[in-house]
Design a protein around this ligand. Sequence first.
Ligand code: ZN
Length: 140
Amino acid sequence: MTKAEYESQLKRIQNKLGNSKKESSTRFELPVVDVMWEGQKTFLRNFSEFPKILRRDPDKVLQYLSKEFAVPAERLGDKAMFVGRRAPDDFTRLFQIYVKNYLECRTCKSPDTKITKENRISFLLCEACGAKSALKGKYA
Ligand SMILES: [Zn+2]
């Protein structure tokens, strides 16, 4: 193999690697949780970013967090306040579960879904593959 051949082959491999990396980064990415504590209260300072990227009703997202933490929560502009002290990881974990239960298509794993209600039963409708599946979560 000549040097030129070697280099072009290397480039091909790098392109391939680059492409597969790009593919995985088009997967759903959550914002980094920005938490602040005040006494026995936890403020999620960038709460409003989550419903936006999740494309879900902020009230529903807040309700979900509040129920999962089993504490009262309140929206204050872009922030959300929770009673008690919560670590950023607690929020991250809940948002990851949220994505799995309320966002990800069962069939193709796309996060481009919406929730529809029929006879008071919520379904997850996938905008990528058209699959309709029963919603896993309870707080839609
Ligand atoms: Zn799908």
